[in-house]
Design a protein around this ligand. Structure first.
Ligand code: PLP
Length: 358
């Protein structure tokens, strides 16, 4: 197999530091051994600090989509409102339907953020007991106004707020308890900068209580089953212990950097790409809601995005992402997340300018 490494400026999977890859190569431990329980227990306070929570944080050996299924299956009793302004938000709706749960999509144009008033209007009908939101929509580079939406949802005490923070967690501060979220999930292959295969999922006490009442029709993704093992510092089934070692090392590295500094670095990288994109092209989402972890650039110059990426990969060892789905070639996406630095970003932008002669 032809294989050469390109530095990933894609919105997941992302570049993983060699130290983390080495942590994954830690000799195997048995998942029912005291060593594994110790590792699980060591991770817990770190995960709580990382998500600003005193509540429960589960680890799923699955990608984010699995935890999205878990979220709706464990919390929807009446009907779920799926807030849809992008591809992954649409996936929440597909998942909720596939699980056979009553649901309705609130569709908003993809270049527009979900507005709190729109959510309030829907919830006022009293039909719903759960809402799904994608905080950072990876298909469009949109950062939806989570704190404002959470405030509205809290006016409806029966409604659970389920948040996909897949491409935000680790790059943007998300205070789980202060925001009063019920489920907050993210696969680790984005701003947390680990290889794909593990998902972090914070669950509120009231969502755990709801799950007991709902009796989810799933075993692998059942919160009550997860909780039983979590209380013994275990997972119900064999976890990716390699990921647990890597996560432990990466959380330590994040605290060594400082979470606030990490978020500031993401802001700085975002500002660089946004300024470049505004000058040379345009930015897809409406202003005021631009993502801190990736920028979706409108291809106003009509460049051949696939050709640009081919040159980047083959001649410069860098890879960006084309637009998602129907937005392919009409947009392209530059990720500025994880352990990338402003120097990496400057290098990428200068290289694109050189290739395009702009
Ligand atoms: N949600 C968002 C915002 C994403 O960006 C992605 C993947 O890119 C997913 C969900 C699905 O994640 P996975 O493919 O890891 O299941």
């Amino acid at each position: 197999m032809k294989h050469f490494h390109s530095k990933l400026f894609t919105p997941g999977p992302v570049e993983v530091r060699p130290e983390i890859l080495l942590a994954m190569a830690t000799p195997q431990i048995h998942h029912r051994s005291p060593e594994c329980a110790d590792l699980y227990a060591e991770l817990q306070p770190k995960l709580k600090k990382f998500l600003y929570t005193d509540q429960t944080v589960f680890l799923f050996t699955s990608s984010s989509t699995g935890a999205m299924e878990a979220a709706v299956q464990n919390t929807v009793r009446k009907k779920c409102l799926n807030l849809v302004n992008g591809a992954f938000a649409g996936r929440w709706h597909q998942i909720t339907q596939a699980c056979g749960l009553p649901c309705e999509a609130l569709e908003v144009p993809w270049d527009k953020a979900i507005k709190p008033e729109q959510v309030e209007e829907k919830l006022s009908t009293g039909e719903f007991d759960a809402v799904t939101l994608v905080y950072n929509e990876t298909s469009t580079g949109m950062l939806n106004p989570l704190p404002e939406i959470a405030e509205v949802v809290h006016r409806f005490p029966d409604v659970m707020l389920l948040v996909d923070a897949v491409s935000a967690m680790g790059g943007v501060k998300i205070e789980f308890d202060r925001l009063g979220l019920d489920v907050l999930l993210a696969g680790v292959q984005k701003a947390i900068a680990l290889p794909p295969g593990l998902t972090i999922c914070a669950v509120s006490d009231r969502a755990l209580k709801r799950a007991e009442e709902v009796k989810p029709k799933t075993y692998y993704f059942s919160f009550p089953v997860m909780l039983k093992y979590h209380n013994k510092n275990q997972t119900p089934s064999t976890p990716s212990t390699a990921h647990m070692f890597a996560l432990n090392a990466q959380l330590d590295a994040m605290f060594a950097e400082g979470l606030e500094r990490r978020f500031a670095r993401h802001e700085e990288m975002a500002s660089l790409v946004q300024a470049w994109a505004k000058e040379k092209f345009d930015i897809y989402p409406e202003e005021g809601y631009w993502s801190k972890t990736l920028t979706c650039v409108v291809n106003t110059r009509g460049i051949d995005v696939a050709a640009l990426n081919k040159t980047l990969v083959e001649e410069h060892g860098m890879r960006i992402a084309n637009g998602y789905g129907d937005l392919k070639e009409k947009t392209f996406r530059i990720a500025h997340m994880g352990d990338l630095t402003t120097a990496d970003i400057r290098g990428l932008l200068a290289t694109i300018d050189m290739i395009l002669g702009i």
